[in-house]
Design a protein around this ligand. Structure first.
Ligand code: C2E
Ligand code: CA
Ligand code: CA
Length: 708
């Protein structure tokens, strides 16, 4: 029986007469056979009803004398133990199932066992939920869990989903959905989402804080009962944390040694990243410090690898945090799988991870491990039916050569990582002194570019595409420039590479689309016929979710018809074999009425393949063919053949970079082809482009008049 002390607070001990979990369980689980026979069923129902009422009354009594909690707690404790057993059993079954070379018959048996286990677990969980919600408000104002802050059902659902996602890749195809749960013996936090984790963290922190003053504890205990029980329901379901919480519930105010133990446990938990189960920043720093203390700078070497995921942010932003979490968990798993025993991996927060190689050996070995990590992060993953292709940038710093303390090592690795990211290199990058200077330079350039975008210093120039004789306008290509306050007009080659490295390319491209559409609309409104507006695309822009929708929306805002827009994609981007193919996206754009041009056509090795693609409307033959005409006269024949092929396949052709009349003469271009080059016009400011259209008009008028 729960005993009472003078001040009336209840101490929670096991109660032999308590309503056990099993009796609560029976209330909710009528025997299957009773359902089969009418009379017996009715009798059973009546008994059940009576039992429910009486147990309710019993419970009320308990509540009144403040022992109901004790009852509830001990029955819940039993249930919790049962749940843990189920979880462990299930985990073992799953592990067994995932062994290589499965024996089909045995596998089927295992699946059946797992399904049965899962059913029992679900049933018991339902009982647990009800048992906790059943406790009533007593006269002495014990309020138990009438409204737990987190719904258990949601938590269970989340756990199951998370586990399924985490195992989607490696699990054998199950014949039904299997809830795969983290092993509570290992790290109960593995299978929960951020919000549950933060609830648990909050509860833990609170407990720790409250426990410091024992005198206060009793009072707080009473006041916080409601809230704590709410947390307890969360904690029960996340395994280990419950084990901490439970002894506290039973012994608060008396057994402070146990509280100490719990506190140690909490500290241990505080050392792990709740989402991925990896070490967190604090424990990583400890680990590095320990290694440094134990190492001899004469003979020992260790390496720190800082890993930052590429293209993670858009996933989080677009598909939500659950998807983002699933990605992080999977990435953590991949990094871990790339390491040797004894290597340490931690999550710094966000999408940053750190690996410590305590006995790093040669830099060749470090590089190999870095490469292995990069390769594993680059593999396509599928989450919630979406295919994601991320990657990771890896920077390495070596002790004691690059730095002798933790901070130094981490910041050196960070610089190297930064360099890896901006250079887009397929390799881990090692820190060196030159790097520090170079990075400082680039960082200031990037900062300036960010400022420039914010302050509207970018401008568009427009280069016309015309017919061979220069009399008809086909359209304009929008070309971006940076109108720098002190350096003057900067060409795209002078700042787009920086923009790309700094991850600003998508933002700039969106800006270009918007301004080009605005200009097109303004010209049309002023009575011009500007033809089409071509906009240069980049891989980073096209990799954004729903990018075509974005472009169409911008066009619509300015009332520009999709068919007036041309997306120029370089042949290089179209042909990148190790990246997600861009053709389906372009087909979608083409289907929505946008037109697609292959930029730099003819430079790549697979040019002719693009000719077959129905989504491609326009080929822009690269300037190189025209530039080298004098030294390579056969270029004229090549260009001629490309124009002819395009004609047969019903595609338009633009010949770029025609600078002189001689070149034009050598090219013998048919009337079908359009030309773009300095011979006709340089890229022009908007007002000059308008003047260009006026001149074309004026040249056309006399002819029209003559014809009329
Ligand atoms: P691109 O797409 O091949 O653009 C055509 C480039 O050729 C332009 O250089 C244009 O000024 C230049 N050009 C045109 N006719 C002639 C000619 O007769 N002779 C010579 N020598 N050059 C000619 P620009 O404006 O410096 O742009 C360079 C590159 O920068 C572009 O090559 C394009 O790849 C990129 N770019 C420009 N604007 C944008 C933009 O808004 N977004 C993106 N993503 N890239 C852009
Ligand atoms: Ca272009
Ligand atoms: Ca081009």
């Amino acid at each position: 029986m729960g005993s009472e002390d003078r001040r009336g607070a209840v101490r929670f001990t096991r109660d032999a007469n308590a309503v056990s979990s099993r009796s609560i369980g029976r209330l909710f689980r009528p025997n299957a056979s009773t359902r089969l026979h009418g009379t017996r069923y009715a009798v059973a129902l009546a008994v059940l009803f009576a039992l429910t009422i009486s147990s309710f009354l019993i419970m009320r009594d308990f509540v009144v004398d403040e022992r109901a909690l004790d009852t509830t707690m001990s029955s819940i404790e039993e249930l919790r133990a049962e749940l843990a057993t189920h979880q462990i059993a299930m985990h073992d079954l799953v592990t067994e199932m995932r062994r290589p070379d499965p024996d089909e018959i045995r596998l089927r048996g295992l699946r059946r066992a797992l399904a049965a286990s899962r059913d029992r677990l679900t049933a018991d969980r339902a009982i647990l939920v009800r048992a906790m919600q059943r406790s009533e408000v007593g006269a002495s104002a014990w309020l138990v869990l009438s409204d737990p802050p987190y719904s258990l059902d949601n938590i269970i659902a989340d756990m199951t989903t998370d586990a399924r996602v985490a195992l989607a890749e490696s699990a054998p195809a199950p014949d039904e959905d299997l809830p795969l749960l983290a092993d509570p013996r290992e790290d109960g936090f593995l299978s929960i989402t951020d919000s549950h984790a933060s609830a648990a963290r909050l509860a833990s922190e609170r407990l720790r804080a409250e426990l410091r003053t024992e005198a206060e504890a009793r009072k707080v205990w009473r006041e916080q009962m409601h809230t704590w029980l709410g947390w307890a329901t969360v904690l029960v379901l996340i395994g280990e944390a419950a084990i901490i919480f439970w002894p506290l519930l039973g012994n608060l105010g008396r057994e402070s040694e146990r509280a100490d133990a719990a506190q140690n446990e909490l500290t241990r938990l505080a050392r792990h990243d709740v989402l991925t189960g990896l070490l967190n920043r604090a424990s990583l720093i400890d680990a590095i410090e320990r290694e440094i203390d134990a190492a001899d700078p004469e003979f020992d070497r260790m390496a720190v690898l800082l890993i930052d995921l590429d293209r993670f942010k858009p996933i989080n932003d677009t598909f939500g945090h659950a998807a983002g979490d699933a990605v992080l968990i999977e990435m953590a798993r991949r990094i871990q799988a790339s390491l040797r025993p004894g290597d340490v991996v931690a999550r710094l927060g966000g999408d940053e991870f750190v690996v410590l190689l305590p006995r790093s050996g040669s830099s060749h070995e470090v590089r190999e491990i870095g490469l292995r990590i990069k390769r594993s992060l680059g593999r396509v993953m599928e989450i919630e039916g979406h295919r994601f292709e991320l990657g990771g940038s890896v920077g390495c710093a070596v002790w004691p050569a690059d730095a002798r303390d933790v901070d130094g090592l981490l910041s050196a690795a960070d610089l190297a990582m930064y360099n890896a990211k901006r250079s887009g290199r397929d390799e881990p990058v090692f820190y060196d002194e030159k790097l520090r200077k170079a990075v400082a330079q680039v960082r200031s350039e990037e900062a300036e570019l960010r400022r420039a975008i914010g302050e509207n210093e970018l401008v568009l120039h427009y280069q016309p595409m015309v017919s061979r004789d220069g009399s008809k306008l086909h359209g304009f290509e929008a070309l971006v420039r940076w109108n720098h306050p002190t350096r003057g007009l900067i060409d795209p080659d002078g700042f787009l590479p920086t923009a790309d490295r700094a991850g600003l390319m998508s933002q700039i491209t969106a800006w270009v689309v918007d301004h080009a559409c605005r200009q097109h609309a303004a010209w049309t409104a002023a009575g011009f016929a500007p033809g089409s507006m071509s906009i240069n695309m980049t891989r980073s822009f096209l990799s954004q979710p729903d990018v075509i929708g974005q472009v169409l929306a911008i066009a619509e805002t300015h009332a520009v018809a999709p068919s007036s827009l041309v997306l120029e994609v370089s042949e290089r981007v179209m042909s990148e074999e190790d990246r997600t193919p861009i053709a389906p996206l372009l087909a979608m754009a083409h289907g929505a009425g946008l037109r697609i041009a292959v930029d730099e056509f003819g430079l790549g090795q697979a040019s002719l393949i693009h000719l077959r693609r129905p989504e491609i409307d326009i080929l822009k033959i690269d300037r190189a063919f025209v530039r080298d005409l004098a030294s390579a006269p056969e270029n004229a024949a090549i260009v001629g053949a490309m124009i002819e092929l395009a004609r047969i396949l019903d595609k338009q052709v633009v010949i770029e970079g025609v600078e002189t009349a001689d070149q034009l003469a050598l090219l013998a271009i048919s009337d079908r082809a359009w030309v773009q080059g300095f011979l006709y016009s340089r890229p022009l400011e908007a007002s000059a482009a308008a003047a260009f259209m006026v001149r074309l008009d004026e040249r056309a008028k006399p002819r029209l008049r003559a014809a009329g």
